[in-house]
Structures are given as structure tokens and as C-alpha cells.
Design a protein. Structure first.
Length: 341
């Protein structure tokens, strides 16, 4: 065969392979679309406005329902969260989201040609971008103070799960008014048992803000243990309050913390149970949720908390009383990262 003949055969083979690859991709896409449309029991999602300002009480969350609005922010009435949901008109997608007083923080993936990067986008009440900041790893937790002045986020910079011990985190706090960013809480001083504490293995995650725009709570991990710490934004210092606390969430009245606690005897990949801590008496109460919850709960009111558990669409939201009584119930299918407005 001549050189020209061999070249013609090679070109023909390449074209055939390209056609086969294209057909395979299109078929896979079509199967995915049919699967998304056919998924039974999925919620109805419509396009519309998602507003973070004053108005009727509502639940905002990351929509996990299969279809064109997956991963977009969506909203539903707080009194009927399982009904039709409205996905944001601007198509804002977030891995984690939180908002208060008309200010939101959206932790996003930025897809590149070779790798993904992440950013924290601060948005106004109409979900318009006000500022953006790089996030050094996989987003994990996000919070906004009740006044909307401060935002905090946590990312994994090593590992991607809290279940084991081989991970590291970075937690940032932002003053949304001044733009002052503290990229890592590790610059804060630590007080434990009345003494200054220093260690190279310190990790922070899971900030929750008090209403005074000065104090917050968070998880501190060091020496193979976790602690609840109370932080002061003015003195830039945290004080150890209690042991074996992860992902705290402060009640609206500031008197209790609900958190996930590692319980001896549970599986290594599902080691937590939800507990409530009375900050005055330091008395712990186990909540009535028997499953392992790997989430930072939100308070739906003064008596109940909401949290995510794995579900058919990725995650579903559940609620349970915060006093140890009652029992959990499913609240919303195909949703994660909730916030009540």
C-alpha cells in the first residue's frame, strides 16, 4: 500500500472512532435525560425569583432534584416546603449556601479545563454578586451572622470527610461591610483551661454566630480531640468551652448549641449522633435522631432543627425537636444546605 493509501486509511479510522465516541456520548446523555425525567417522586421545580430580603417566611436551599435546575438555589414556603419549589432566575449554583438579613454567601465550584477551583461569592438580597474570594479547597460549611455583617466558610484543604482523622480544614471569616478577610482562624489565640494553648495540628471548622456581631462558636480540633470554642471577633481569641463537639449551631435565643458528637461503638464512617448543649448548665441532651448526621444543623425555630441525610437524589432534609423528645420526620426531598428566612 502506498503512503497516500495508508494515510487515507488512518484518517478514515480516526473519523469512525470520532463518530462512535460522539454517538456514545449522545446516547449516554439521552439516557441521563430520560432517567432524570423519569425519576419517580421527584419534586416540581419552576423558574422564578429567589429573594433574600424581607417577606413571607420561607426555606432556601440547594436544589438536588434531577433536571436542568439541579444544584441551583431554590425556595419554598416554610409552611409547605415539600411542594413546588422555585429555582433562582439567574441560575446561581452553590455547593454550600447560607444567608441572613439580605446577605448570602455561596460556595461555588469553578470548573477549569484540567481542574476545579472554588470561590466564596457574597451576594445581596437579589442574588447579585457583591464580592468574591478564593476558597483553598473543597467547600464544607457556610454561615452568615444574624445581622448579615459577617460571613464564614470552611473548606477541606486535605482529605474530604470529617469521619476519619486524616484531614485538615481552613476556616475564614469576612466582615462584609469593610471587606476585611481573616483567611484562617488559626491566627486567633487559643485559651484552654485558663492558659494559652499552641499546637501545630490545630484545625477549625463550623462557625456559628451570636446576635451581638462580636461572638461566635466553632469546632477546634487538636491532639486527636474536638472542642467547642467561643470566639471573640474583637480580641481575635477563642476559648475552649466543651469537649467532643463538631459543627455547632447556636439557637436563636443564644442559650443552646446543637451539634454532632462522636459516640463510642458506632461505625468509623458514621460515628455521630446529634446532641444539644445547654450553655448555662453544660448539660448534654441526645436528640431523637438515631442516624449518624454529618451536617451543621440549622434552627427552624426555637424548638426544632433541620439537617440533611443521604437520599435518592443525593440528600433530603429532616427535622427533629431540639429537646430530645419527639421523633425525626422528613421535611424536604432532594435538598441540602438549608436556611430559613
Amino acid at each position: 500500500m502506498t503512503r497516500r493509501g495508508r494515510l487515507s486509511v488512518l484518517i478514515a479510522v480516526v473519523l469512525v472512532l470520532a463518530v462512535v465516541a460522539t454517538v456514545s456520548v449522545l446516547r449516554a446523555s439521552a439516557r441521563s435525560d430520560r432517567r432524570d425525567r423519569a425519576r419517580p417522586g421527584g419534586p416540581t421545580v419552576t423558574r422564578g425569583e429567589v429573594d433574600l430580603g424581607p417577606g413571607a417566611r420561607r426555606l432556601v436551599f440547594r436544589n438536588m432534584a434531577w433536571g436542568p435546575h439541579r444544584d441551583e438555589l431554590a425556595t419554598a414556603p416554610a409552611g409547605a416546603p415539600g411542594g413546588t419549589r422555585t429555582a433562582t432566575a439567574n441560575g446561581l449554583t452553590c455547593l454550600r449556601f447560607y444567608a441572613a438579613a439580605g446577605t448570602g454567601v455561596c460556595l461555588r465550584a469553578v470548573h477549569g479545563a484540567l481542574t476545579d477551583t472554588y470561590r466564596a461569592t457574597v451576594v445581596d438580597a437579589h442574588l447579585r454578586e457583591r464580592a468574591r474570594y478564593p476558597v483553598p479547597g473543597i467547600p464544607s460549611r457556610a454561615r452568615v451572622s444574624p445581622s448579615g455583617r459577617y460571613a464564614a466558610w470552611t473548606a477541606f484543604v486535605g482529605g474530604d470527610s470529617y469521619a476519619g482523622t486524616d484531614f485538615s480544614t481552613r476556616t475564614a471569616i469576612l466582615d462584609t461591610r469593610t471587606g476585611r478577610l481573616t483567611p484562617s482562624l488559626e491566627v486567633y489565640g487559643i485559651v484552654r483551661d485558663g492558659r494559652r494553648y499552641r499546637s501545630a495540628d490545630v484545625n477549625f471548622w463550623g462557625v456559628t454566630f451570636a446576635r451581638d456581631d462580636r461572638h461566635f462558636y466553632a469546632t477546634l480540633a487538636t491532639g486527636g480531640k474536638t472542642y467547642l470554642v467561643r470566639g471573640d471577633l474583637r480580641t481575635r481569641e477563642v476559648t475552649v468551652v466543651h469537649q467532643n463537639v463538631e459543627c455547632p449551631s447556636l439557637s436563636p435565643d443564644g442559650t443552646r448549641i446543637v451539634y454532632k458528637k462522636r459516640v463510642a461503638g458506632l461505625p468509623a464512617d458514621a460515628p455521630w449522633r446529634l446532641y444539644a448543649l445547654d450553655l448555662r448548665t453544660m448539660r448534654e441532651t441526645a436528640l431523637a435522631e438515631p442516624r449518624s448526621v454529618d451536617d451543621q444543623v440549622v434552627w427552624s425555630d426555637d424548638r426544632h432543627v433541620t439537617y440533611a441525610l443521604p437520599g435518592d437524589f443525593g440528600a433530603d432534609l429532616y427535622t427533629v425537636p431540639a429537646d430530645g423528645r419527639g421523633r425525626p420526620r422528613e421535611l424536604v426531598k432532594a435538598a441540602v444546605s438549608p436556611v430559613y428566612l
